[in-house]
Design a binder for this molecule. Structure first.
Ligand code: FES
Length: 80
């Protein structure tokens, strides 16, 4: 599997905690969207994107897994 699965046709609104590590699911297979649950291990190429929140904020994490600005929604979902 090299192409991600669309987990949701729009972004997930999430409030991040400052200093916390997150792993955004890039394969679309996780049951804990928009975060990784380890299911990507069934794929060969897709891995989660790990990032650290530098402040408390509400963000929109990509659910369609087609964004060019992962882990954030860039509006690509509106063209699917
Ligand atoms: Fe993927 Fe918006 S949800 S680009």
């Amino acid at each position: 599997m090299t192409d991600p699965v669309i987990a949701q046709s729009g972004p997930y609104e999430v409030t991040l905690s400052s200093g916390k590590n997150y792993a955004w699911c890039s394969c679309g297979l996780s049951s804990k969207q928009p975060f990784c649950d380890g299911t990507h291990k069934e794929t060969k190429d897709l891995k989660p994107m790990v990032f650290v929140a530098d402040k408390v904020e509400t963000v929109y994490l990509c659910g369609c897994k087609q964004t060019s600005n992962g882990p954030y929604c860039d509006g690509t979902h509106s063209m699917l």
